[in-house]
Structure formats: C-alpha cells, structure tokens
Design a binder for this molecule. Structure first.
Ligand SMILES: CCCCCCCC/C=C\CCCCCCCC(=O)SCCNC(=O)CCNC(=O)[C@H](O)C(C)(C)COP(=O)(O)OP(=O)(O)OC[C@H]1O[C@@H](n2cnc3c(N)ncnc32)[C@H](O)[C@@H]1OP(=O)(O)O
Length: 250
C-alpha cells in the first residue's frame, strides 16, 4: 500500500505531525488539498514529458555505444528513488480521479505515461475529437506508425465516444481497416461517434487522418463496447481500492 501521503496524493505526511493544511479551516484545507493534487498532476506530467523525450531519443540516437551504457546507468540511478515508494497493483494512483475520468498513467492518453503519445481527447457536440503526434518510437513499417498503435488510439477514441454518450463499457470487439500508412512526426486527428445502442451493447465508429487532410481516412475502426453488469464489475474490479475518494480529500 502507498501510505504516508496526504489524501490528495501531494505531500509525504509524518505521523502525528500537523501539516500546514491541518492548521486551517476545512474550506482552506480543501483548497490546499486541491492545490496539492493539481501540483502533483503537474509534476507527473512533467516527469511524463521527460520520459517521453528520453524514449524518443533512446529510440533514435546514434550516440557512441559507450554513451548508451553511461546513459543506462544514469537512468537506473534516476529511477531508484521513485521505486522506493510504489503503489500496490490494486490501489489506484492517488493523483487519479476514476469517476472524473482522470487517469494520469493511461497508456494512450495519460500525460504521466512514457508509453502514451499522449492522445488528447475532447467532446464536441457528441463527437469525440482527438489529436496527437506520434514520435519515432511508434514506428512499425519504416517511417510509418505501427498498426497496433493506430488500433490502440482508435480503441480509446471509440471508448470515449461511448462514455460521452452515457454508455461507458469495455471493448469486446475492435475492427480496424488500414487504408493508408500513418505518418510519424505529423499532427493527427481522430474522431469517433456512437452509431448504435442496443441494451448493454454500444457500437461506435471512428477514423484517423492527418490534421492537415481530415478528408483522407488513413485508418477506420468499428468497436463494440459492453456495459458491465453489477456482478461483472464486482468480479473484475471489486479488489481495486480507491484511496483518493473526495470524502478523504476534503
Ligand atoms: C457525461 C459523461 C462524461 C464522461 C466522460 C467519458 C470519458 C470516457 C472515459 C474513458 C474512455 C475509456 C476508453 C477506454 C477504451 C479502452 C477500453 C478497453 O481497453 S477495455 C479492455 C479490453 N476489453 C476487455 O478486457 C473485455 C474482456 N471481456 C470481458 O471481460 C467480457 O466479455 C465482458 C465482462 C465485457 C462481458 O461479459 P460476457 O462476455 O460474459 O458477456 P455478457 O455480459 O454475458 O453479455 C454481454 C452482451 O455482449 C455481447 N457480446 C459479447 N461479446 C461480444 C462481441 N465480441 N461482439 C458483439 N457482442 C458481444 C453478448 O452477446 C451479450 O449480448 P446480449 O445481452 O446477449 O444481447
């Protein structure tokens, strides 16, 4: 378990010691908690940016072999203090807000993830609209994106479309049609909408284009999402512990 931090996930707390926030009235305390949370999210994003820079350089560098070995040692040293306090697999990150849709380490959209492009998604009149630029680390065929990466982006887009339609669910089917290769280092635009809702089953479609040429579809996708029954949600996620519920942050 990740213990010894305030509920907003910001600052390490020593047992018995009053933090500055605890000295103040509840409203001020809440403000401090939010402040700490936002500050932590900013720091997570900053670390994510640094990691993505590292990944991009590490996958494109032609620095001398000895430099690669030195870099590996320095990176291991930088990682060590982070590894001293890690959360359990079944405890949500303190900076996340699951119900509010904040997942800092989502491998597609998470600004804290070294693996995420990251993809930025917003709702526009019921349409999910996403933007991202894929670095060289996402290369599949030379100079183009890996097809699995396009599928990953579209899965997230379709899932988001189901969510904003009020029918969040898990992917049970994803069909992708690759029409043209997806260029790297090029701003991309993705869109997705819900086509059909049939009980617990939601069908959504989406497409991936470049931002400059939104009429030329590079990849199209159709996905089926299933809303979980309460019993399924309990079975799959019942063990997950949320240590950052609003009641504890206030
Ligand atoms: C205003 C609000 C604003 C909110 C903002 C929103 C923000 C949005 C937020 C965030 C976006 C997130 C985006 C995420 C995107 C990524 C999601 C993922 O990566 S999910 C991981 C990969 N998927 C899995 O791991 C599932 C694995 N599958 C399962 O665990 C099961 O299949 C499960 C629990 C999903 C369903 O259980 P069963 O398979 O036993 O099915 P049964 O519950 O009995 O029936 C469900 C219905 O679905 C049909 N079904 C099942 N599989 C199907 C398939 N492949 N195709 C079509 N239909 C299927 C069945 O035939 C059945 O239909 P009949 O009720 O009989 O009509």
């Amino acid at each position: 378990m990740c213990r010894g931090r305030d509920a907003a996930g910001g600052h390490p707390v020593t047992d018995g010691e009053k933090t500055p926030a605890e000295e103040h009235a509840p409203a001020t305390r809440r403000l401090h908690a939010v402040d700490g949370l936002l500050g932590r999210r900013e720091a997570i994003s900053e670390l994510g940016d640094a990691l993505r820079l590292l990944v991009e350089y590490a996958t494109t560098t032609e620095a001398p072999t000895e430099e690669l070995r030195r870099a590996a040692e320095r990176i291991r040293q930088a990682a060590a203090p982070l590894g001293e306090r890690v959360r359990d697999r079944e405890v949500l990150p303190t900076a996340d807000d699951l119900l509010g849709g904040v997942r800092m380490y989502n491998p597609v959209t998470g600004s804290g993830s070294a693996l995420a492009p990251p993809l930025h998604i917003a709702a526009d009149n019921g349409v999910a609209v996403g933007t991202c630029t894929l670095g060289m680390a996402f290369e599949g065929p030379p100079t183009y994106a890996h097809g699995g990466v396009s599928a990953m982006l579209l899965d997230q887009m379709l899932g988001y479309a189901a969510g904003i339609a009020g029918h969040p669910g898990m992917t049970v089917r994803l069909d992708t049609t690759y029409r043209k290769p997806v260029p790297l280092l090029t701003p991309l635009r993705l869109t997705a909408t819900v086509q059909d809702i049939d009980g617990r089953r939601v069908t959504a479609t989406g497409q991936l284009t470049t931002a400059d040429d939104p009429d030329t579809v590079l990849v199209a996708a159709t996905g089926v999402f299933i809303a979980l029954r309460a019993e399924q949600a309990r079975r799959l996620f019942g063990r997950v512990v949320n240590t950052n519920r609003p009641s504890r942050a206030g």
